[in-house]
Design a binder for this molecule. Structure first.
Ligand code: NAP
Length: 417
């Protein structure tokens, strides 16, 4: 493992000590160090030393990492080191998808003991049942540009104008990206506020930077070309980014994915130590009745657990676990078996962009054979979303199985303590 040696390699210790003092007394701001110094690794080490002085403690682990600070520049400001998270592996899981076909191991970064074991057990159940059938049902990243209109009685006129000028608005939205494709513009209004919610495909990128740039360019064009409308913001919270919402639950965001399998009764008994009827009953009462009463958008047992573990491993934006937590788990008795289906309306993933280029994260994308661009733009991100949905299906089967067999707390006692 590389240990940040920014300071050790630097002969000018007097200069380093002076800089640390100035960081401590705030005559230099943390971010200014990156402008003053050519060596980003040295800047990281100096900031950490300043934090040690300010807090009166030594930090001997934070500075051990293999990322180059200059590589992480698009991902972090005021870098002082890294935090390591244990990485486990689940699977393989057999997947019959439109993009993911075959057996896939799944990297899980987590500190929740029992999680990887739970997904792993679900993968064994799926493999003994012919694998998971997975399909993408919808693709579309969203951003809502927000406007104020001087005369609210002109809202209908403005909306009609936006419809009539779709080609121009599309051209403006797409002009800074080779990959973003504007699909539609949804309109919302309240009093004198109007939102143009743009829906776009963003290739293999998760796309939030791309679509935010698109929203800005579209907004500026609107303001210039429709008199009486003021462009207020690239985001007006109807996107809805990183917040739970009805619109995400119903309309989806990023990629909407369905994964399902029919598990023979014998497999339920052998691996999960319960019955199909018991699984269906627990699933209905917990995931449907309980979630309904709670007003939750998560009619599921642990989508967020699986999604967080994979997202952290592969450099996704962790706040999009919020979107990933939306969705439904259905279980039905079919003949002698148990049919399980997970519906994930909003899987926000990229195989390029964001944190996916970082060294450990891109190796984890290699484990699922999804690093970088697909043959056609979007293919790799779709394949990755299918693999995630299969892992989520495995997690649901295992957890509902554990609850049905009253084994959840025992599993956590064994693995998580
Ligand atoms: P990005 O890294 O900003 O952009 C993706 C880049 O990859 C673009 O330059 C794109 O080209 C290029 N690219 C190359 N091959 C591609 C392919 N096959 N498909 C798609 N693009 C390809 O990533 P992003 O996904 O747009 O944004 C992700 C970042 O946004 C994350 O760091 C996330 O934390 C952050 N984020 C931002 C906001 C915001 O409001 N801005 C909100 C939430 C999250 P082009 O230049 O031709 O498009």
């Amino acid at each position: 493992m590389a240990i940040n040696s920014g300071l050790k390699d630097n002969a000018d210790n007097v200069e380093n000590e002076k800089l640390i003092e100035r960081l401590v007394d705030r005559t230099i701001k943390f971010y200014e160090l990156d402008i003053m110094l050519e060596d980003p690794e040295r800047a990281v080490a100096l900031r950490l030393r300043a934090v040690e002085k300010i807090t009166g403690r030594e930090y001997s682990e934070i500075n051990k990492y293999s990322i180059l600070a200059k590589e992480a520049k698009p991902n972090i400001e005021n870098m002082i080191g890294t935090v390591q998270v244990p990485l486990g592996i689940a699977g393989p899981v057999r997947i019959n998808g439109d993009y993911a076909k075959g057996d896939f191991f799944v990297p899980i970064a987590t500190t929740e003991g029992a999680l990887t074991a739970s997904i792993n057990r679900g993968c064994s159940v799926l493999n003994s049942s012919g694998g998971a059938s997975v399909r993408i049902t919808k693709i579309g990243q969203t951003r809502s540009a927000m406007f104020a209109i001087t005369k609210s009685e002109r809202i209908n006129e403005f909306i009609a104008w936006a419809d009539d000028n779709f080609s121009e608005l599309k051209r403006e939205a797409e002009k800074e990206s080779k990959f973003l494709r504007l699909k539609k513009i949804e309109k919302y209004s309240d009093k004198d506020t109007v939102w143009l919610r743009i829906v776009a495909e963003t290739g293999d990128a998760m796309g939030m930077n791309m679509i935010t740039i698109a929203a800005k360019n579209l907004g500026l064009y609107v303001e210039e070309n429709f008199e009486g409308v003021k462009f207020l913001s690239e985001s007006g919270n109807l996107c809805v980014d990183k917040k739970p919402s009805r619109i995400t639950f119903e309309q989806g965001r990023g990629r909407s994915v369905v994964a399902e399998a029919t598990i023979p009764g014998g497999v339920v008994k052998k691996y999960l130590k319960t019955t199909t009827e018991q699984m269906v009953d627990i699933n209905h009462r917990k995931n449907h009745q309980g979630s309904e009463l709670a007003g939750s958008f998560g009619y599921n047992a642990q989508f967020a657990n699986v999604i967080a573990g994979i997202f952290l491993a592969t450099g996704q934006d962790m706040a999009h676990v919020v979107e990933g937590s939306h969705g439904i788990t259905d279980m039905d008795v079919v003949g002698e078996g148990l049919h399980v289906r997970v519906t994930l309306p909003a899987v926000l993933v990229g195989t390029v962009g964001g944190g996916t280029h970082l060294p450990c994260q891109s190796e984890c994308l290699d484990i699922v054979d999804c690093r970088g661009s697909g043959k056609s733009p979007g293919d790799n991100a779709s394949k990755f979303a299918e693999i995630i949905a299969a892992a989520v299906l495995a997690g649901e089967i295992s957890l509902i199985g554990a609850l049905s067999a009253r084994q959840l707390s025992e599993a956590h006692k064994k693995h998580n303590r």
